[in-house]
Design a protein. Structure first.
Length: 397
């Protein structure tokens, strides 16, 4: 048998395998499917209308509010929640804490999908989507632009996370030699990815340094990049706890008994890490608040919103994480994770949307189409995640 015949047979086997894997696995008529499918169809139609009729048709953006819900929630908030990938890989591959190894692949997969879909949301928000390459090549922005740095961090980090997850894909396809080669690159990819993610998380905050006159003083600080980076740590850990709890129940048939037993210990360890980083974040916020002498800003509705965010959704969950970890209460830990995620959403939206141009009469509200398309992006990401987990060895060592 010559090499051409062998190649054609392998190609035929590959396509046959892929077609076989495309068949649905599991029940079709589930509550999630019934809710998500109509929203995904409607969202896809609205995306077409957005590109045909322009941003003005689908959004409530204006000259005063050029960044809306797609940037504030899908990108700025979503990237913070994707921070679990660089935190967990750092703990496992750099600090050598092996007890978290069972959740490395699923966490990296979550981060990879998050960046891929949030990049798609970024394309939606551009008035001329074909100009998305401009910040990457430095055109119109220049090489000293923060946007140029963020674009390259974003692009390289997506490629790095794909490289980190690629051994799982090779294992799924049965390419053992390639899998071995890719696994040998894991540690280098992880270190490079951690560096990129730290720069990217802080880089997003750096974008808002140029909006000092527009962001409310309670939320603006020259240390926004540091606050974005620190908050991305406990945001990512909270997402890992939240997503891990759901995956542990939905995909329990994919997880072996040993990992089932270790799950509680992993969640308690993540809660300790979240409590420590949340305390550091709260200390930074309190220090900045006192140093800037911002007491007078607490006397109106903006001050109430600030206290709800900083005390109700940072300090209280911080103590809940600490209490839950000490007393081994998973219920309290999960509740704290949800409150923390709400706090991250509120913080990012406060900076990018709610308090942006706080001193002018105009107010921005996302249109129903912006919300539906965002829901469509989230549901599509969950569908892709579910498809991969049910076929690839994501929960296997």
């Amino acid at each position: 048998m010559n090499k051409k015949t062998i190649f054609l047979n392998e190609l035929k086997r590959f396509f046959k395998f892929i077609l076989q894997e495309m068949k649905p696995k599991g029940k079709l008529l589930t509550p999630f499917n019934i809710i998500s499918i109509p929203i995904m169809i409607l969202g896809f139609i609205l995306i077409i209308l957005r590109f045909v009729k322009g941003l003005g048709y689908a959004t409530n953006l204006s000259q005063e509010f050029p960044w809306g819900f797609w940037i504030g929630f899908d990108v700025v908030t979503g990237v913070a929640f994707a921070g679990g990938a660089y935190v967990i890989t750092f703990v496992v591959y750099v600090m050598k804490v092996e007890k978290y190894h069972p959740i490395v692949k699923v966490t990296v997969l979550n981060g990879l999908l998050a960046y891929m879909f949030y990049a798609g949301a970024l394309v939606l928000d551009l008035g001329k989507p074909w100009n998305i390459f401009n910040p990457i090549i430095g055109n119109s922005f220049g090489y000293n632009s923060v946007l140029f740095l963020v674009a390259w961090h974003f692009l390289l980090y997506m490629a790095t996370e794909f490289l980190e997850f690629s051994p799982t894909i090779a294992q799924w396809l049965g390419w053992k030699k390639l899998q071995k080669i890719l696994k040998s690159l894991t540690v280098g990819a992880v270190i490079f990815g951690i560096t990129l993610s730290m720069l990217h998380q802080s880089g997003l905050g750096s974008l808002f340094l140029m909006a000092k006159s527009k962001i409310h003083p309670l939320w603006y600080s020259e240390f926004i990049p540091v606050l974005f980076f620190v908050s991305s740590i406990f945001a990512g850990l909270s997402m890992v706890i939240f997503e891990g709890t759901i995956s542990h129940k939905v995909f329990k048939d994919k997880i072996d008994a040993k990992h089932h037993k270790a799950f509680d210990e992993m969640m308690i360890g993540l809660a300790r890490g979240a409590a420590i980083t949340m305390f550091v974040y709260y200390f930074f916020k309190a220090l900045l608040f006192i140093h800037e002498g911002q007491w007078s800003y607490l006397m109106d509705s903006w001050g109430i919103l600030y206290l709800i965010e900083v005390i109700g959704l940072v300090l209280i969950p911080c103590f809940m994480f600490a209490y839950g970890a000490k007393n081994r209460s998973l219920g309290i830990i999960r509740t704290a994770a949800i409150l923390t995620m709400i706090g991250i959403i509120l913080n990012r939206l406060n900076i990018s949307i709610i308090t942006f141009n706080w001193n002018i009469p105009a107010v921005y509200y996302p249109s129903w189409m912006e919300i539906v398309i965002t829901m469509m992006i989230i549901f599509t990401e969950i569908w892709v995640f579910r498809w991969i987990v049910r076929r690839m060895p994501v929960f296997e060592d």
